[in-house]
Design a protein around this ligand. Sequence first.
Ligand code: ATP
Ligand code: MG
Length: 265
Amino acid sequence: MTEIPNSHPRYESLMARERIVKGVKEGLTSLQGMIAQGRGEAFDYLLGERTTPSANAATKAAAAMLLLAKRPAISVNGNVAALVPAGMVELAKTFNAPLEVNLFHRTEERVAKIAALLRSLGAPLVLGERPDQHIPGLEHSRAFATRGGIFDADVVLIPLEDGDRCEALVKMEKKVVAIDLNPLSRTSRMATVTIVDNIARAVPNLVFSAAELSKSRPEYWRSLLREYDNNVILRQTADEILNHLNSQFSQQFSNTQNIFMQREH
Ligand code: ATP
Ligand code: MG
């Protein structure tokens, strides 16, 4: 990997790029995955590269939903495997959920490599190498799913998922938790709970939320979900982006004014 000094102002973002490039070189991540990362980065910039209050609220609801699930499952694709493999194993242990390798550009070789990586990091159960079911409404290999994993889960966590597959899972009447930096993506709009945050921040935050919620009773978790409205959260995210842009541009504008004022004197 290219040396990035950790004093660099864009250190985290540059490191994420390095991880994706390494993922491609090692055969975990598809080339298209690099483009998806770029789209995510653009939205992260607009958010101010921070976990917003709406993302925190969604993360808490997501933790409640996954704690209450009877059969949770967690989907892992090539970008997720390159960016936060250990974090996904931690989530699997936290929620007692299988990890299912689920690739948009599926090759058996990539599935096997990702599964081996997750196992080497201590994942208790990794599925996806031998899918035995199809998700209705999706074409051929994009429909693959496994019994005991995503196929018959009641709650599915889908980080960085394609909109069509998210919609197909919702149509199967599953509760879907998405992690996606684009609040306008079809995935974000279709999911039951959408965490609009960078996966690098969202995963540790979700582990932390689950630990905090575990100190309270399931009745409290249920009350969080009764009060939760994903459309309200996405609207709040849009406001957070607009406020961030306004504050950035008003700073910029006041600097410009200062320069003109200095010139006049
Ligand atoms: P949709 O099909 O849902 O409308 P899309 O076509 O924009 O969405 P894909 O390219 O299929 O989405 O999937 C990538 C999604 O993952 C994008 O919405 C992108 O913003 C998001 N994404 C990429 N990198 C990250 C990341 N590091 N953290 C969180 N989200 C990310
Ligand atoms: Mg898409």
